[in-house]
Each structure stands twice: as C-alpha cells, then as structure tokens.
Ligand binder design. Structure first.
Ligand SMILES: NC(=O)c1ccc[n+]([C@@H]2O[C@H](COP(=O)([O-])OP(=O)(O)OC[C@H]3O[C@@H](n4cnc5c(N)ncnc54)[C@H](OP(=O)(O)O)[C@@H]3O)[C@@H](O)[C@H]2O)c1
Length: 354
C-alpha cells in the first residue's frame, strides 16, 4: 500500500545477545534554545515493563518523527502540555502487543499510540487504536492513514472548505502532511500548486504526488512564481511552514480566500517567531486565516480514515514514507532531518533493537 520509501541506514544499537530484553529510551535532558543539540537528550535503559491489571506492553516497531516534537520540548502553554525534562520524549508510534492484562488488547495485536521514544511501552489503552497491517504497512499508519493524513483531510475540507475549481497552494508540499493535502485537493477537483525545497522534491511533488505545478522556494521567487502559476489568485493556502513563504502567498490571495495555519516549521527553531508582515492582504482579499489542531477532530477519525484508505486502495492517493532504520539512540539525528528538509514524505524511524 505504501509507495516504497528511501531507506537509509543509521547506526544501530543492535547486537545478537540473548540476555533478557532491555528497554532503551530517549529522554529530554534540557530545553533547547534554537536547534536541538546532543546535550538536550539523555539515553537511558530500564528493564522491559510487566503489565499490571488493565495494562499491556507494546514492542515499538516504528516511531513517528514530527516537526511538532520541537514545540513539545519548549516550556509553556500550547495545545498540549510540554514534555517534562527527564521524561521519555513523546512520540506517536506503532508496535505489537507482547503481553497483556487488559481485556481489550491481546498479544499479537498491532497498535498505534503515543508510546514515546523507547523500545517498549506500558499502556492502559487510553488513546491506543488497533491497526490492520493487512490493509497497509505499519509505517503508513504514521503517514497517510495516520495523523498527517488526517491533518491534511480536516485542514483542507473543514478549515479550507475547498471546492472544485479552487486554486490551492500547499507549502511543505513534499512532506507528510503537504503531500497528502495536495493529493486530496486534486481528488476534489482543484488546481494545486506545491511549494517545496529543491529540484528533486519539486519533481516528486508533480510527478509522484500529481500536483499541477511546483515552486522551489530555495531557487525561485515564490511571489513571482505564484503570479505565473495562479494568475487568478489563490483560493486556499494550506500553510505548513510560515515565515517568508506565508508572507509571499498572502500577496496573491483571491477574494474570499481561506488560509489554513497547519504549522510553521520554518519558525520552530527560532527564538523570535516571525509573524506575517503582509497580514493586511487578508483585509484586501476579504480573506480568513484560521489555525487548526488535529486533536479536535478525534470523533471523526474513523470515517476520515476509511475515506483515506479507500483512496489509497483505489490508487488515487500515494502514501510515501521516508523510513530510516536505526536504534532509538538515532532519534536526535533523525529529528533534525525535518529541519534540513532531508525527508520526502512521512519521516519514520524503524527500530532495530538489542
Ligand atoms: N495543526 C496540526 O494539528 C498539525 C498536525 C500535524 C502536523 N502539523 C504541522 O504540519 C507541518 C508539516 O508536518 P509534517 O509532519 O508533514 O512534516 P514534513 O513536511 O514531512 O517535514 C518537514 C518539512 O518542512 C520543510 N522545512 C523545514 N524547514 C523549512 C524552512 N525553514 N522553510 C520552509 N520549509 C521548511 C522541509 O521540506 P523542504 O525540503 O520543502 O524545505 C521538511 O521536509 C508542520 O508545520 C507540522 O507542525 C500540524
């Protein structure tokens, strides 16, 4: 189901020992200022937990690597509490139930949950869903059939209110959310322009994900390129990156445009966030700009996932995962790949273990 991903080999903690398994973990050691450094992380190991009544143990196989992780490392109020210093780093993940004292989960179940950057997680089942790996690869449940796919779905359909014939612009177009957002807009009959970094990624945006055009923000003037590709203006802008690209797109809005603030990855490592200088273009275009948080749509996840799975099975939607194999100790380096634009599609760390 998933289109094959590029697999690069990171150093692994694996060895062929048969001693009782150890749970390797990555904890937040300090709150970073700017880009995270090795000093912000601590590697710990514990005995693999035993489930108590109402609990089960998950052997984590694939970790979701998300730009939002950078925000979770900061102190202060957000849409979710920060990760505490000393705690296992928060991460969405998929894995296999290996032991259970829980009536709803049995050994052998494949599950998705917020299991953290560790090899084994103890769970009481809250926020955990079973996944069907006969429908799609485990990694796809972190991509098009997971949070990124759902974010693209609700962001475009509910917040962006796209309709056939709209001109839709998506930034971060080669990434997990952006690649799905553009494809959904195409399915719904829109003209879709992607903004991404680099010629290879722009080629993937048009050739693999089927966007009508791609703008390479590293080498092109985004504002000028939009004048060429969207002469009638932009009806919906799905923004994953913020910063200068948001400012450029604001100058090209069509009357009544909707700007969806999904994220602002260009700003996550900045100590001073750059707001949109061109926000008065919202006034000129009688446009709206609205933020969204995927957790607000939880009650509609099953229906949305069914629709996304249908598009995947029908070949209308490509799910691309960028899978890096390694140990949990590779997590800090893999996280930085997002901020270097080194991923195309959903970045996943597939765990090798001792
Ligand atoms: N609101 C929600 O509920 C919600 C849920 C999930 C995700 N999100 C947000 O959605 C966005 C995309 O997340 P994702 O998981 O799909 O990540 P992603 O797009 O797969 O990966 C991040 C990409 O951001 C781009 N990037 C990095 N630094 C940049 C910069 N300075 N300027 C422009 N682009 C830059 C890179 O692509 P290039 O090579 O193109 O630069 C990189 O590959 C993020 O902002 C994330 O926080 C929001």
């Amino acid at each position: 189901m998933s289109s094959a991903s590029s697999v690069s080999s990171a150093s692994s903690v694996s060895s062929a020992s048969s001693v009782s398994p150890v749970n390797h973990q990555v904890r937040l050691a300090a709150r970073p200022s700017g880009r995270p450094t090795p000093a912000d992380w601590e590697f710990t190991s514990e005995a693999v937990p035993e489930p108590g009544p109402g609990q089960f143990v998950v052997e984590v196989s694939h970790l979701s690597i998300d730009p939002a992780m950078r925000g979770w490392m900061n102190a202060g109020a957000s849409y979710i509490p920060p990760v505490e210093v000393g705690a296992v780093m928060r991460a969405g993940a998929v894995g296999l139930v290996t032991a259970s004292e829980h009536p709803g989960f049995a050994p052998g179940d494949d599950v998705y949950g917020t299991f953290g950057v560790q090899e084994y997680a103890l769970s009481d089942g809250r926020g955990v869903v079973k996944i069907d790996t006969s429908v799609a690869d485990p990694a796809t449940y972190l991509g098009a059939l997971g949070m990124p796919g759902l974010t693209a779905y609700f962001g475009l359909l509910d917040v962006g209110r796209i309709k056939a014939g709209d001109t839709v612009v998506v930034s971060g177009a080669g990434g997990a959310v952006g690649s799905v957002a553009g494809q959904i807009a195409k399915i719904k009959g829109c003209r879709v322009i992607g903004i991404a970094g680099g010629a290879d990624k722009c080629r993937a945006v048009t050739e693999e994900f089927g966007f009508d055009a791609a703008i390479d923000y590293r080498t092109q003037d985004v504002r000028k390129a939009l004048r060429e590709h969207a002469p009638g203006g932009v009806d919906v802008y799905f923004d994953n990156v913020g910063g200068q690209i948001l400012d450029a797109v604001l100058t090209r809005l069509a009357r009544g445009a909707r700007v969806v603030i999904c994220g602002a990855v260009s700003q996550y490592n900045e100590t001073q966030v750059q707001g949109p200088a061109n926000y008065l273009m919202l006034l000129v275009a009688r446009a709206t700009m609205a933020g969204m948080v995927i957790f607000d749509y939880e009650d509609r996840f099953p229906a949305a996932m069914a629709e996304l799975a249908g598009w995947l099975q029908a070949g209308q939607l490509v799910s691309r995962e960028h899978v890096v194999r390694g140990g949990v100790s590779d997590f800090p380096d893999v996280l930085l790949m997002l901020f270097d634009g080194a991923n195309t599609g959903k970045l996943v760390l597939a765990l090798d273990r001792d």
